[in-house]
Design a protein around this ligand. Structure first.
Ligand SMILES: *[C@@H]1O[C@H](CO)[C@@H](O)[C@H](O)[C@H]1NC(C)=O
Ligand SMILES: *[C@@H]1O[C@H](CO)[C@@H](O)[C@H](O)[C@H]1NC(C)=O
Ligand SMILES: *[C@@H]1O[C@H](CO)[C@@H](O)[C@H](O)[C@H]1NC(C)=O
Ligand SMILES: *[C@@H]1O[C@H](CO)[C@@H](O)[C@H](O)[C@H]1NC(C)=O
Ligand SMILES: *[C@@H]1O[C@H](CO)[C@@H](O)[C@H](O)[C@H]1NC(C)=O
Ligand SMILES: *[C@@H]1O[C@H](CO)[C@@H](O)[C@H](O)[C@H]1NC(C)=O
Ligand SMILES: *[C@@H]1O[C@H](CO)[C@@H](O)[C@H](O)[C@H]1NC(C)=O
Length: 665
């Protein structure tokens, strides 16, 4: 339990990444200053107030944060986001709300409860020596502070009379304003961002099940420099009065000079159920039931039976060593509910390793994709889970996030972000009319390259993807490509006995040496990426048996066309010649170089990036390097296949696995 707690705590800390905060060395509790009734529970939930009248709560990050370089300097840019919930006892009456505070101290000794939000008191409210900048989420209309209503967001400088305020809500992309109720008890996310150059502070609020609105709710053009000291503290303040509310912060991230890290919505702590209505009702029912003693006995027996069978149904495996991976584990029950009991209707795709289901997490309404893999070997399970934890820590805008896993009898469930637009191959092959234009294709190539560069060279350890192909590139709601399924082949190797190692990869994308020796490395990934580039540019599969014989193997065909001086003839016909010639030529030549049969000739991902960005130009002798690829029996593919077959006959256990089918259909 203890180690679980520390892990959660560390996770929370990871969200609190600031330039000067070195994570992981301190325990979470040591990081916060807690005052009043505030409390941080074992799941990482910040409770600022509970249902006690006239109280306040403060939670501050303990260490100071540098907001400017010198007394007369200007405040740097900063960005913070947090998820809060305000639960009231009565639906339209509530406590006073909460505020995000930037303050000279990590405690507020003079703050009082009620309308002062724990920030100021009667005598210092409005005092310019306060040096406090806050964003209030106010659920009470105080005439003396010129509040506009009982449900508003305001920017406060040294005073509870807001500089600007607006009714709580957000703007849709069409510019329509939608009201939200701050005290609904539903978790809501807020972004507070200051641009030090433009001297503009923006506040954006929205329910967590929606994407972030583009237009901020509040935007204040004001230089904050005169109001802040060089080093300040950040935290939250909240209060109750006669009327009470519980104020919670579920997740928080803060960053100076950059965008705050995204919060992981799949791992929010649960808000305690509201004590009043529900429990009282239950008590009443219980009291009535208990008076029928005989009936009670029957009830207890039935209940017991139901509970036991329920428990069995949701039984999962959790071993001691696994506790340290706590946050990455999902309960089977939640996943069962999320996928409506793994209904066939929820299936997004099927692959060699298992099925992928669509789901909606019950607690947060977040859409997920759940990959269900049957796993009969207990061997290597520990490495397996450690690997999942590693993959779960990878963060890149062009990677599909692995949110966590669950283990149960013979099954392993992997939980991913849901990608509504499915996979890239659908766009390349199954949508002839709305196919991708050149700009989109070039962006996809560059984005996937940057994801692969991250896996190979920017993460603390080298991660080999092992199966790059359009089916494993998913398209998110903003049409950004995201590489999925990385690291899985290794996972599946870990779980199996070494005699039957999987040669993961897909024919057509497999480097010759991978097919031969079964050993994946960054260079085999680059081969597959090279083929991927060619495929995206030409809009056809790397091996196309129905094409004329000279065009069957894409790479060979492109090389031939290059020889004939017309390499661009291979670009997808559906583009109707609407492409940037220079970029197209670069993609084709670089694709050929990456998919060179000789591993040593392939560039590294960092070089690929600099070629694509135009920082470096392709080597002058490129043509001779590429034309040095020799195909004695037509193609290296055929060779590879022959060798593979030969090898399979001797080592009967070698198997090719069709790689995972992605979340898309
Ligand atoms: C609120 O928290 C305080 C301090 O933790 C505790 O003494 C009090 O009983 C709590 N009140 C309720 C109603 O939970
Ligand atoms: C702040 O000062 C440090 C050290 O003097 C310097 O490296 C940094 O560039 C300065 N930052 C800004 C935004 O002026
Ligand atoms: C900052 O500005 C004040 C008032 O303009 C001036 O007196 C002081 O010397 C300045 N300090 C620095 C370090 O420039
Ligand atoms: C709360 O709101 C409902 C409907 O909006 C209203 O009927 C009710 O009277 C309100 N309760 C109080 C105590 O104001
Ligand atoms: C108000 O707060 C200030 C600053 O913390 C403190 O010095 C002062 O004593 C407080 N006044 C009252 C009346 O509580
Ligand atoms: C939103 O809230 C404001 C202030 O409470 C109110 O004036 C307005 O009518 C509301 N709009 C809608 C669409 O409910
Ligand atoms: C604030 O919002 C405005 C309007 O949407 C935008 O132009 C500006 O870049 C934003 N500034 C920050 C710091 O987010």
């Amino acid at each position: 339990m203890m180690s679980c707690l520390i892990m959660l705590v560390l996770l929370f800390l990871l969200n609190l990444a600031s330039s000067d905060i070195n994570q992981g060395q301190f325990s979470f509790n040591g990081y916060l200053n807690i005052e009043g009734l505030a409390d941080v529970d074992s799941s990482g939930l910040f409770k600022l107030t509970n249902s006690t009248t006239f109280t306040l709560g403060h939670i501050f990050y303990k260490n100071p944060i540098q907001f400017k370089n010198s007394t007369n300097g200007s405040v740097f840019s900063f960005s913070t986001t947090f998820i809060f919930a305000i639960a009231s006892e009565y639906p339209n009456l509530s406590g006073h709300g909460l505020a995000f505070v930037i303050s000279p101290n990590n405690r507020i000794p003079g703050g009082v409860s009620s309308q002062h939000l724990g920030l100021f008191n009667q005598s210092n409210n409005g005092d310019s020596s306060n040096h406090v900048v806050a964003v209030e989420l106010d659920t009470f209309m105080n005439i003396e502070f010129e509040d506009i209503d009982h449900n508003h967001v305001g920017i406060d400088i040294n005073s509870l009379i807001s500089v600007v305020s607006a009714p709580a809500g957000y703007f849709t992309d069409e510019g329509k304003f939608i009201n939200v109720s701050l005290k609904s008890g539903d978790p809501m996310q807020i972004w507070i961002e200051y641009n030090g150059v433009e001297m503009q502070l923006n506040v954006t609020l929205y329910p967590i099940n929606l994407p972030r609105p583009k237009t901020p709710l509040l935007s204040l053009k004001k230089d904050l420099s005169p109001y802040m000291y060089d080093s300040m503290y950040v935290g939250f303040s909240s209060s109750t009065g006669h009327l009470i509310s519980s104020h919670y912060i579920l997740a928080w991230s803060f960053k100076m000079n950059g965008k705050a890290d995204e919060l992981d919505l799949s791992r929010l702590p649960k808000i305690p159920r509201h004590d009043n209505g529900g429990i009282k009702q239950l008590k009443k029912i219980l009291a009535i039931t208990l008076s029928f003693t005989g009936l009670t006995l029957v009830l207890v027996l039935v209940l017991g039976f139901v509970l036991i069978s329920r428990k069995k149904r949701f039984m999962e495996i959790l071993e001691d060593w696994e506790v340290q991976y706590g946050p990455h584990r999902f309960s089977y029950k939640d996943l069962f509910k999320a996928t409506k009991g793994f209904k066939d209707k929820e299936i997004l795709g099927r692959g060699g390793f298992g099925r992928v289901y669509k789901g909606v997490l019950p607690s947060s309404n977040i859409q997920i994709a759940v990959k269900r893999i049957s796993h009969d070997s207990r061997q290597g399970m520990r490495e397996f889970v450690a690997e999942i934890a590693t993959i779960g820590r990878l963060r890149h805008p062009n990677l599909v996030r692995l949110l966590g896993y669950c283990r149960r009898k013979q099954e392993l469930l992997l939980v991913y972000d849901y990608m509504p637009n499915g996979s890239l191959d659908k766009f390349l092959y199954h949508q002839p009319n709305s196919s991708l234009n050149w700009t989109q294709r070039f962006k996809i190539i560059k984005d996937v390259a940057s994801a692969l560069f991250y896996l190979h060279q920017q993460w603390v350890q080298v991660i080999i993807h092992r199966d790059i192909k359009p089916a494993n590139v998913l398209i998110d709601s903003d049409m950004n490509p995201r590489l999925g399924d990385f690291g899985l082949a290794k996972l599946c190797d870990l779980g199996n006995d070494p005699q039957t190692s999987h040669v993961a990869g897909t024919l057509g994308y497999m480097a010759p040496e991978l097919a031969r020796a079964g050993k994946a490395n960054t260079s085999t990934d680059i081969y597959a990426f090279g083929i991927f580039m060619l495929e995206v540019a030409c809009g056809r599969k790397p091996i196309e048996p129905r094409a004329p014989p000279e065009e069957t193997f894409l790479a060979d065909w492109i090389t031939d066309c290059w020889d004939k001086g017309d390499i661009l003839a291979t670009i997808d016909k559906r583009l109707e010649k609407r492409f940037v010639g220079q970029q197209a030529e670069l993609v084709l030549k670089l694709g050929l170089l990456c998919s060179h049969p000789v591993a040593a000739a392939r560039p590294s991902m960092s070089s690929v990036i600099s070629y694509l960005d135009g920082i470096a130009s392709l080597p002058d002798d490129l043509s001779s390097v590429i034309k040095a690829r020799e195909f004695p029996t037509g193609s290296n593919e055929v060779d590879a296949l022959n060798e593979l077959t030969a090898e399979r006959n001797t080592v009967a256990s070698l198997t090719i696995t069709e790689a995972f089918v992605s979340h898309g259909r």
